[in-house]
Design a binder for this molecule. Structure first.
Ligand SMILES: [Zn+2]
Length: 318
């Protein structure tokens, strides 16, 4: 069941039948599939997406450390690595694209498409890796070190860059805030949102901000507004899985604003990031469940988000 076969007969539709459906592969639509790459066995944390049209696109790779799971997932879909035309991250944080260069070495016909601000760091990983190691500490080691991608295999995607896939296309929407080099990829009335709309917890039916490092609250809210103008039907989160868009963007925006309100109040009182994250755990419905589900990693994530918001408040106050 190779993709080439479906291309040959001009039939891209049913990839899987009955008993042959591997349990880990989710079919979202006739052209969009997704699965869990489970870095270090952590489930429901990093999803990757595959679009199959005339072109085959892998969206996000996950970290380097889960590359073997990624390759197995693609294999169980019947996708040969040489069939992959494009590898398209939303941004190059290690949990999204740390495995990008490794995958590019395995996919001889693929080009990687990144934001112009990420281009140089993907071609020469030194600053990317140093920055990640500085910020993530031990977690960077757990994710694994990226490898560079030669410039000849890299495409730089300006805002509104259009990638033709055959019948339809994907369009790059620059959505800075979480990171300056973040792209939300628009595919018809659906979007691959990376981290621009926070972390989606389908079991809790809610999303929470993810705002680490040099977070820009003004740009994050502008980016959210840009997305809300598009009348999207589905938001494909990396963390984790597709979310119906109805009401979701409003929920996320309000959560970002509520968190920032709590962080600003904490800043005025001189509270530490730990104290502020504990207020969020006590007051935001479902947040403590996310901590129980994902253990120490998730605590570090929420603390990192509060620190990013605190940095933003501090810079504005300076
Ligand atoms: Zn990120």
């Amino acid at each position: 069941m190779s993709i080439a076969h479906y291309k040959a007969v001009g039939q891209l539709k049913p990839l899987f039948y009955g008993l042959f459906v591997p349990p880990s592969i989710n079919k979202h639509s006739d052209t969009v599939f997704w699965f869990d790459v489970m870095p270090h066995g952590e489930k429901r944390f990093v999803s990757v997406y595959v679009i199959i049209e005339e072109k085959t696109v892998l969206i996000e790779t996950g970290p380097a450390s889960s590359n073997s799971n990624l390759v197995e997932g693609l294999d169980s879909m019947g996708i040969k690595l040489e069939d992959i035309d494009y590898i398209v991250p939303t941004h190059i944080h290690l949990d999204h694209f740390g495995g990008g260069g490794h995958m590019m070495r395995l996919c001889p016909n693929a080009k990687a498409i990144v934001h112009p601000k990420a281009y140089a760091h993907v071609a020469n990983i030194d600053r990317w890796w140093e920055g990640s190691a500085d910020f993530l500490g031990k977690i960077a080691e757990l994710y694994g070190k990226p490898v560079p991608i030669p410039e000849s295999d890299l495409i730089s995607a300006d805002d509104a860059y259009e990638l033709s896939l055959g019948e339809s296309s994907m369009v790059a929407l620059h959505t800075p805030g979480h990171a300056p080099h973040h792209i939300t990829w628009i595919y018809g009335d659906e979007a691959f949102v990376g981290d621009s709309l926070g972390l989606w917890y389908s079991d809790l039916n809610t999303s929470f901000p993810v705002t680490p490092g040099y977070y820009r609250h003004d740009l994050a809210l502008e980016s959210i507004d840009k997305m809300s103008n598009l009348e999207l039907t589905y938001l494909h989160h990396t963390h984790f899985g597709p979310r119906p868009a109805k009401g979701a963007i409003e929920q996320v925006k309000s959560e970002f604003e509520i968190w920032m309100g709590i962080v600003e109040e904490g800043y005025r009182k001189g509270s530490s990031a730990e104290e502020i994250v504990n207020i969020l755990f006590d007051t935001r419905y479902g947040l403590s469940e996310t901590d129980m589900n994902h253990g120490i990693h998730q605590t570090a994530t929420h603390l990192g988000s509060v620190e990013g918001m605190l940095n933003w408040v501090r810079r504005n106050d300076a």
